[in-house]
Design a protein around this ligand. Structure first.
Ligand code: K7E
Ligand code: CUA
Length: 659
């Protein structure tokens, strides 16, 4: 008998384990799970395009990868929080500031959730937001360039997990702290015993305002909350537009052995926050200003250069004083996903240790608030009565529910980690109508447009935690994996497995037609305002400022100008500012220097990028283009002469000159 993979990975409380060991939740034989016409449904012939882009979070890889659907072909990996030597992201002088934080340069993060911008609750194809979990940050990717355009750090936060979900018109992206802790404004008073969690640890959720034209982010306000763990969130839709919903666990307020100590209570909470009211209070000056430090990093397309600004205050709203902004609803048990259906009427809480899925009714929530139908207060915040806000429970859905997506036809699709399956159920009737195994142990899932008012439907994609026996072995780590299912009929049908980069958590899929027509093809050289641009070979030059040597250089098929540089001395810092003069689409040039300790740079048409190089020895050092750009690409090279400090060799440069 095969051991089910979850047994190797989960250490659940004993009660649950007993259920698991006796319950029969074995996936069917994988080889029988695919039907004969599956290949045709995912086959995208050579030269044809996929119907959807799938923006998949990279987990511990800190990037976002983009796949075509239904083919599962990898189209692009976008560096966000992680340095990328292939493109120079985080290594070039222009992009280093993007990874600045209040802790200094942080070149990695753990990214779990993508959020695509919406207008009126529908995809608009403008931006993709992604959270950094570890050093709390939110990044915005510009879908015109598939590049990270902005990163903002979140103060008063530790573990930015319930993030960066957005409101219907992309008014706000959300950032809820996973770990409560003594907040930043505590300063030296934060030196407290860990077991004083209940007294000293607090949480916050932050609302990051988004400029409707530029997309630029700014922290509008934070809501101060009791010390618990905030896990996931979703904005309301339609009737619930003004609200945001969050799952909370560890309402036991444990600081050690959470697998046991945070699994004590039968119910934790879903938290409802009225962000419209918060916005009013913030505007009316009802918040306090906290002294904090956080970095705000913006990449400017005109100069192809990022700047990092450290900001020092944030507005904090206290729901103990502002009584009508936050409510708790009891939710069984240690909820993870907290998902809102396309009508905005139903809120699904996925209790990891619960035997049912509770579905809350927005109308009932509003009524219970109006009637003050509270069962208690939790640290000054009203707790609504469970029965008063419940639409109903899905009975015996599966084991270990995590996340739910929607098809817009009245059905929900919930992922079950422990029983390793996707379960389709009817939202109104709360009846399970179909289930399919996943291989194995699904985390998030995605229906294209699933978190919008108008899901695009067609597929559900499973992002699995364990692949076990699905792929050729590649050493001790097997590839992470996604699976594509057809949901166009009554029954879900497995079509395809495809490997992913990093560990996929949440992902969104969007019709290519909303994105590809806007894709930037070149950067116009006239519009290039980089301070060291050379807009033609005549503008190329080399000059010295103290021990800094600047080389304003051009690249065009198939030479650099200048390509012979003399007069660099040991102890100099050399800045190669390379402008790619090409104005054809998809003709990048690369640039690399022997012995450079950072990376190469890859310069897009019309763009300027800077590689800093500190020579470590005297000699003549080759430079070359790394991107096979023409038949004479191998000729695209040059030399830099490095002389001893104090040498009399003059600073000169040229291309095609024989000395
Ligand atoms: Cu369920 Cu970090 Cu959204 Cu992963 S989280 S699975
Ligand atoms: Cu330019 Cu190869």
């Amino acid at each position: 008998m095969k051991v089910h993979p979850f047994l190797l990975f989960i250490t659940a409380p004993a009660v649950l384990l007993t259920v698991l060991l006796t319950g029969g939740c074995k996936p069917q034989n994988p080889t029988t799970a695919v039907e004969g016409d599956a290949a045709g449904k995912v086959y995208v012939p050579p030269g044809k395009y996929d119907e959807f882009y799938n923006f998949v979070s990279g987990g511990f890889s800190g990037q976002v990868s983009v796949y075509g659907l239904p083919s599962g072909r990898l189209l692009r990996s976008i560096p966000v929080f992680s340095q990328d030597p292939q493109t120079g992201w985080g290594y070039s002088e222009e992009t280093k500031p993007m990874l600045n934080t209040s802790h200094g340069f942080v070149s990695w993060d753990d990214s779990h959730h993508t959020a695509l911008s919406t207008t009126n609750g529908e995809h608009d194809g403008r931006w993709c937001f992604i959270n950094g979990n570890n050093t709390p940050r939110i990044a915005r990717i510009d879908m015109k360039t598939f590049r990270t355009a902005e990163i903002i750090e979140i103060p008063n936060s530790s573990g930015n997990h319930s993030s960066p979900f957005i409101t219907e018109n992309t008014e706000y992206a959300i950032a809820g702290t996973r770990f409560s802790y003594p907040l930043d404004n505590q300063g030296a008073n934060a030196d407290v015993p860990i077991n004083s969690y209940k007294q000293n640890f607090k949480g916050t959720v932050s609302f990051i305002g988004i400029n409707p034209q530029s997309g630029n982010m700014d922290i509008a306000f934070q809501v101060l909350l009791p010390g618990v763990n905030f896990d996931l969130s979703r904005c309301g839709r339609g009737p619930s537009h003004d609200w945001f919903f969050f799952s909370c666990y560890n309402t036991e307020q444990a600081s050690t052995l959470l697998e046991v100590n945070a699994s004590q209570k039968d119910k934790d909470f879903i938290m409802a926050v009225n962000w419209k009211k918060c916005e009013e209070y913030a505007k009316a000056g009802k918040g306090r200003k906290d002294k904090v430090r956080y970095a705000h990093n913006v990449y400017d397309e005109k100069t192809h250069t990022a700047t990092s600004t450290i900001k020092t205050d944030v507005v904090v709203l206290d729901p103990k004083e502002l009584k009508d902004i936050v409510y708790f609803m009891p939710c069984p048990k240690s909820p993870h996903g907290c998902d809102v259906d396309p009508t905005g009427q139903f809120i699904v809480g996925s209790g990891k240790l619960a035997a049912i899925i509770p579905v809350f009714s927005f109308d009932k929530i509003i009524k219970a608030i109006a009637d003050k139908n509270f069962e208690a207060e939790f640290e000054g915040i009203p707790v609504l009565k469970y029965d008063a806000v419940l639409h109903g429970e899905v009975k015996k859905p599966g084991l270990g529910p995590l996340h739910t997506e929607f098809d817009g036809k009245g059905f929900a699709y919930t992922s079950f980690f422990v029983s390793s399956e996707i379960v389709k159920w009817n939202i109104e009737k709360l009846e399970v109508v179909d289930r399919v195994p996943t291989y194995y142990s699904i985390g998030h899932l995605c229906v294209p447009g699933g978190p919008t008012r108008k899901p695009h439907g067609k597929y559900v994609i499973a992002y699995n935690k364990i692949t076990k026996d699905r792929y050729l072995p590649t050493g001790p780590e097997l590839t992470q994996s996604a699976q594509l299912y057809d949901i166009s009929g009554d029954k879900m049908k497995l079509l395809l497995d495809f490997p992913t980069i990093g560990e996929p958590h949440y992902a969104e899929a969007i019709p290519a037609s909303l994105v590809s027509p806007k894709s930037v093809r070149i950067f116009k050289i006239e519009d290039n305002n980089h301070p060291y641009v050379a807009k033609g070979e005549k503008e190329a030059k080399v000059f010295r400022e103290g021990n800094k040597v600047h080389i304003n250089m051009t690249a065009i098929r198939s030479h650099f100008t200048p390509d012979n540089i003399e007069g660099v001395q040991l102890g100099d810092e050399v800045y190669f500012h390379v402008t790619n003069l090409e104005q054809d689409w998809d003709v990048p040039h690369g640039f690399a220097v022997k012995g450079a300790s950072n990376a190469e740079i890859l310069i897009m048409p019309g763009e300027t990028c800077t590689l800093k190089w500190v020579p470590d020895r005297v000699g003549v050092v080759p430079i070359y283009c790394t991107d096979f750009c023409s038949a004479l690409h191998q000729e695209m090279q040059g030399y830099v002469r490095v002389s001893p400090r104090g040498s009399s060799v003059a600073l000169t440069s040229g291309t095609g000159k024989t000395n």
